[in-house]
Design a protein around this ligand. Structure first.
Ligand SMILES: [Fe+2]
Ligand SMILES: [Fe+2]
Length: 176
């Protein structure tokens, strides 16, 4: 006797709608887009900061969010969308994640006030913006995933749980 994980009814308290089409995004996409908006806001905020202590605190927040987000995509979204999303696009996304991780590690080895610290944070922000576009643009990874057969509501629930675990795990290991 197999137990069914299928839920008989799906209800959502708040409809999530995309700005352009008015159509609701599935949970997995909603969560990932929310992460994107959050970190974009933090990069903008960074530009306004003067104090090194504030810069360090905000960069640490950005770094943690990006580590958790990229890991969730690499553990869940990207592998499960293999076959639904073009291979080249997924391959490039992994390479872009690696590039971002290297830059994050470089910045973590430095301190605010060091030569190129602000420049590296700025370039990381631009790099992330480019990557986010590849994921969110029409025909991009998210759009292709939405057309596929994967259950993006169920995937979203797993992502949420994994995010909590990773925030606790990686958040405890913050350098500062
Ligand atoms: Fe990504
Ligand atoms: Fe992403």
């Amino acid at each position: 006797m197999a137990t069914s994980a299928k839920s008989s009814s799906t209800k959502s308290a708040k409809p999530r709608r995309t700005r352009r089409t008015g159509r609701r995004d599935p949970l997995a996409i909603t969560l990932l887009k929310a992460d994107h908006r959050e970190v974009e806001g933090w990069f903008d905020e960074y530009e306004q900061l003067e104090a090194d202590s504030e810069k360090l605190a905000l960069f640490n927040k950005i770094a943690l969010a990006l580590k958790v987000h990229t890991q969730i995509e690499e553990e869940i979204l990207y592998p499960e969308e293999r076959g639904e999303v073009e291979d080249d696009m997924l391959d490039e996304a992994y390479v872009e994640h690696d590039g971002a991780k290297k830059l994050i590690a470089e910045i973590e080895a430095m301190k605010p006030g060091d030569e190129y610290y602000d420049a590296k944070v700025k370039v990381l922000g631009e790099y992330i913006k480019h990557h986010v576009k590849e994921e969110e643009q029409p025909g991009g990874i998210f759009a292709q995933a939405k057309k596929g057969d994967e259950d993006l509501e169920a995937m979203g629930k797993r992502m949420k749980a994994r995010k909590e675990e990773l925030m606790a795990e990686l958040g405890g290991k913050q350098p500062n």
